[in-house]
Write a protein that binds this ligand. Structure first.
Ligand code: CP
Ligand code: NVA
Length: 318
């Protein structure tokens, strides 16, 4: 066992190197195999994960909670409304207190600066379960799913080299998911074709990528999908932006992934969506429910990759 010497947090995709991702993908594949075979695996016995939700969740909650129990640990679930977080206790004080009692913290919140402030005052690793700016656990699952379907070695293990030179088409909002895709492209060597409505572009400085070399911008979503190996989208209105719903519905009307866009992509292109989805808005039902869609594997894989992540943050490489 090779435990990390200093506390590592996972706040952005860029917090880990390509080599660490290669380890996490192979570890997630192993943990998934154990899970499917009902093999007991309790490396985190007696460890506790605190999950703090300031926004709603289905997948993130279930995948972290079930995943931690499967690793032999336990979970504490907190929300803004049922904790002092909703009564203006400073985030720094919450971090100091919570991190004295648990081994790991997962937070879903609004501004990324808030999770950074928590991490800066935490004694234990902090994982980003979504902020306004980033959703690294989701992209970790998406890339694992991409490898599972298209990039495995002869022995069935994920081969991250497959990602080099691939094209991922992003159709929709320049949001937390889009920002995180750009970070992943820069680290793992693929290109993102970005098509967003005017006024909803990705801001490179917010996305935190060093250069514009790993992405290309397209006004026309169809052009972005041309030749892509993977087409992906997300809701038009992310959590926290509900007041803009009506304006966004008008602005995003042409950014709906349909069968024609999928035909413009590679014949074996996959479709992904982090979910929850709105059929008839950002994606047509025939695409998300069609043969190229891998959205259910994507959702399940959240649990497998996050188990690998939690193990890695607490125990290092095993
Ligand atoms: N994709 C995702 O993070 O889903 P939840 O909002 O349900 O957690
Ligand atoms: N961009 C979406 C993702 C939900 C999982 C949001 O932030 O609401």
């Amino acid at each position: 066992m090779n435990a990390p010497s200093a506390i590592r947090h996972y706040l952005q995709f860029s917090d880990f190197s390509a080599d660490e991702y290669a380890y996490l993908f192979q570890r997630a594949a192993l943990l998934k195999k154990k899970f499917k075979g009902y093999q007991k695996h309790h490396p985190l016995a007696d460890r506790t994960l605190a999950m703090i939700f300031e926004k709603a969740s289905t997948r993130t909650r279930v995948s972290f909670e079930a995943g931690m129990y499967q690793l032999g640990g336990s979970v504490v679930h907190l929300t803004t409304n049922d904790s002092q977080l909703g009564r203006a206790e400073p985030i720094e004080d919450s971090a100091r207190v919570i991190s004295r009692m648990v081994d790991l913290v997962m937070i879903r919140t609004f501004e990324h600066t808030k999770i950074e402030a928590f991490a800066a005052h935490s004694r234990v690793p902090v994982i980003n379960g979504l902020t306004n700016e980033f959703h690294p656990c989701q992209i970790l699952a998406d890339l694992f799913t991409f490898l599972e379907h298209r990039g495995t070695r002869a022995d069935g293990t994920p081969d991250p080299a497959f990602l080099k030179g691939r094209t991922v088409a992003w159709v929709g909002d320049g949001n937390n998911m889009a920002n995180t895709w750009l970070q992943a492209a820069e680290i793992l060597g693929f290109t993102v074709h970005l098509s967003t409505p005017s006024g909803y572009e990705v801001d490179q400085s917010v996305a935190g990528v060093r250069s514009g070399e790993s992405y290309k911008v397209f006004q026309d979503p169809m052009a972005a999908c041309r030749g892509a190996d993977l087409v992906t989208t997300d809701v038009w209105t992310s959590m926290g932006y509900e007041a803009e719903n009506e304006t966004r519905r008008a602005a995003f009307a042409d950014w709906c992934v349909d069968a024609e866009m999928m035909r413009a992509a590679q014949p074996d292109a996959l479709f992904m969506h982090c979910l929850p989805a709105h059929r008839g808005e950002e994606v047509e039902a025939e695409v998300i429910d069609g043969p190229q869609s891998v959205v259910w594997d994507e959702a399940e894989n959240r649990m497998h990759v996050q188990k690998a992540l939690m193990e890695y943050l607490l125990l290092g490489r095993l």
